[in-house]
Design a protein around this ligand. Sequence first.
Ligand SMILES: [Fe+2]
Length: 202
Amino acid sequence: MAFEQPKLKYAFDALEPNIDKETMEIHYGKHHAGYTKKLNAAVEGTDLEGKTIENILMNLDKSNSAVRNNGGGFFNHNLFWEVMSPDGGGKPSGELGKAIEDAFGSFDAFKEEFAKAAAGQFGSGWAWLCVHEGGKLEICSTPNQDNPLMPGIGCGGTPILGLDVWEHAYYLKYQNKRPEYIDSFFNVIDWEEVASKYAKEK
Ligand SMILES: [Fe+2]
């Protein structure tokens, strides 16, 4: 069974004005579609065929750049679309809200640290909020399409929130103003979804 892009749970223009329709169309329809297609080509006929994407990434041979780049690109974007919603924004309550306060001091301190990781990732990459077994949270960033599931990436745990800071994610609307894009992302974060991932993965 080949990998397929999950359907978006909202329309391309639903995250406006934070993320514009044209960026969403190209990002989902061209970039993510491209990673998905190339991932399928890279695993076809190999012993990776039929495995889950999580299994492939957790046991990744990092010298296999086709699987590393396109498997990462497939998984990372799946997560990215999931953790956004037109009804998003605000801050998490409940168990996740408390875990964020415990780990970072306050939601605002968390936001600042996450934004710093996203703004400070040189070139293309991702910022992550990850959960370790036992519920401990960690913020980190990775270059290109790497992610924390991959072994020896210097960033561990299971990602429950991810922000794409490739220029293709924001350049049409924000040009070089990555910090403004990062700030807008916080208006569309689906904290219910992130909290449900936290509960599942901790
Ligand atoms: Fe992207």
